[in-house]
Design a protein around this ligand. Structure first.
Ligand code: SF4
Length: 276
């Protein structure tokens, strides 16, 4: 036995290092509280995430008041709590709350609490502006789900990394990923792969050079190598088509000398007379 960790395990460890392992605090009251906390806290140290969430609670009467606030007001509240990337988090919060309100005519996800797990997963997946890791926090942290839910983003990352064969149904793909990981890693794998799918592994144009999995993912390694090759070819082409350098024999005119005179070849000195 080589003692090396399996590939899926190593990828999860890499992402944990980048985003941290975040447990859903028990003091959050509703499913929507859990989702808001996940958006605020992901990627930040636990104390910072909690502080950001509590700052929002203080500054807004409820989540509906936050929904109608501008993203700048939300971002400023997070900034004052020293939460990193306050603007991006504010936009994500506002979009998620707005979509929930548009669909349900209320700002609440309390109905999820009474659903069976798979039903809750399908229901939350219908909110495209609710980040996968926030939905995962509700499913795992609130509803005590187990296994890996077959979210589109999670399946996309699993396929592109080469962990799961392409063309399987989402359910089979999730099962295949589950089989490669210890059970205790299933919830955080869903959430971490969800973050990668939203930040880097976009459906049309994956951002492999920036992705934390870029060095280990099958697609990432290939894409980065192809990009480097294309850049090198473009640089070589640009160099070949650059105008040739002016000959070094062209001298700058001396003080008081016209450029034409500087360019003119110096007159040959007469050869010294030969001694007889
Ligand atoms: S390296 Fe590229 S293809 Fe692989 S997970 Fe990251 S973004 Fe997706």
């Amino acid at each position: 036995m080589s003692g090396r960790r399996p590939r899926a395990d190593r990828m999860v460890a890499l992402l944990e290092k980048r985003y941290g392992v975040r447990r859903t605090p028990g003091w959050l009251e509703t499913p929507l509280d859990v989702a808001v906390h996940a958006i605020v806290a992901t990627g930040a140290p636990p104390a910072v995430g909690d502080r950001g969430y509590q700052a929002l609670q203080r500054e807004f009467v409820d989540w509906n008041e936050m929904r109608v606030a501008t993203w700048r007001e939300i971002g400023d509240a997070l900034d004052r709590a020293h939460v990193p990337d306050p603007g991006a988090r504010a936009v994500a919060l506002k979009r998620a709350l707005q979509q929930i309100f548009t669909r349900l005519n209320r700002v609440s996800l309390d109905n999820v609490a009474g659903m069976e797990l798979r039903e809750a997963h399908a229901y939350l997946a219908g909110f495209s502006d609710l980040p996968t890791h926030a939905a995962g926090a509700i499913l795992y942290g609130r509803l005590r789900g187990a296994g890996i839910f077959p979210s589109h983003g999670v399946v996309r990352v699993s396929e592109r990394t080469g962990l799961v064969r392409r063309g399987l149904t989402p359910g089979r793909a999730a099962e295949s990923l589950e089989a490669q990981l210890p059970r205790r890693l299933h919830p955080r794998t869903h959430q971490l792969f969800g973050i990668v799918s939203e930040e880097f592994c976009l459906p049309k144009e994956p951002r492999c050079p920036q992705c934390p999995l870029g060095g280990t993912c099958e697609t990432g390694v290939r894409t980065i190598a192809e990009q480097k090759k294309a850049e090198a070819a473009a640089a070589a082409k640009a160099k070949a088509s650059a105008p040739a350098k002016a000959p070094s024999s062209v001298k700058a005119p001396k003080k008081g000398q016209s450029p034409a005179a500087a360019k003119a070849r110096p007159a040959r000195r007469p050869a010294p007379a030969r001694k007889r």
